[in-house]
Design a protein around this ligand. Sequence first.
Ligand SMILES: NC(=O)c1ccc[n+]([C@@H]2O[C@H](COP(=O)([O-])OP(=O)(O)OC[C@H]3O[C@@H](n4cnc5c(N)ncnc54)[C@H](OP(=O)(O)O)[C@@H]3O)[C@@H](O)[C@H]2O)c1
Length: 298
Amino acid sequence: MGLSWGYRDHSVDEAAGIDLIRQAIDLGVDHFDTADVYGPFKNESLLGRALEGRRDRVVLATKMGLVVEDAATYAYGRDGRPEHVRAACDASLARLGVDVIDLYYLHRVDPKTPVEETWTAMAGLVAAGKVRWLGISEPTVAELERVSRIHPVTAVQSELSLWTRDHLAEVVPWCAAHGASFVAFSPLGRGFLTGAIAADARFGPEDFRSKLPRFRPEAVAENQRLVERVRDVAARRGATPAQIALAWVLSRGEQVLAIPGTQRRRYLEQNVAAAEIALTAEELALLDALPAPVGGRY
Ligand SMILES: NC(=O)c1ccc[n+]([C@@H]2O[C@H](COP(=O)([O-])OP(=O)(O)OC[C@H]3O[C@@H](n4cnc5c(N)ncnc54)[C@H](OP(=O)(O)O)[C@@H]3O)[C@@H](O)[C@H]2O)c1
């Protein structure tokens, strides 16, 4: 996402983005996550070009169901109508330049369309051979129960990190019980948990974080106390805070994966190496006891 949308001036040079994705594949990254709204549309095209000749080495995930209404202000609408599901899938296949999407997510449930109707249309895409597996982002357990009666849920993608633990109580256990993966988005707290965002950092309107309560100036300053604790654990371990944040997410269960985003090779290498870190009981206890952050996540 961050290569085309969301953070900073939300774009990197296309050639640099393609290079970075290919470097990630060479480092062993085999799961890439995009969505039609990222850009909008540009991120799928970028990923499609980067995967040319490498398609078989990765699990390719994309999403539909959010529609950008105003790119300048990050205003989104929701659309889960069956006709939108089918048209969005064909458009994503074309932009990605592939015959099949491995994992196709409903990005958000559309309150105007019963989720059963959306999911039945998505199951139709599996039957048509356009999609291999279905996923859903930010569902409740009640919604998971409703859709899984129609077609299995292969993955749930929701926010999970040291400062966003809401889904550990119900959704993560639901995934374990139903053989679904839990794909943790923003596992680095949109960059905050890495320690790279200073107490006096300010986000302009071109950066999506300017819309989020946790990134308001007073919250950014207050929440440094979380980062300080993560830094302490990292220093003792000889790791970076980003690596500790990712290792904690991965410690939440066998079914939990993390999809950190970056624009830089240095961070990419660090993040890949975090998969090898097994936190000790003492480190986990320190991290589990972090104070709650100031500010809601949206
Ligand atoms: N389903 C959903 O609704 C949803 C919502 C949000 C995100 N997502 C998915 O989740 C993915 C990741 O989430 P995200 O990008 O929001 O947040 P994230 O991975 O938690 O954080 C990304 C930020 O962290 C910085 N960063 C990455 N590695 C770092 C390191 N080792 N040290 C210091 N800083 C580092 C990046 O900086 P640079 O860019 O400067 O490298 C970027 O600003 C997205 O690409 C998207 O596919 C899904």
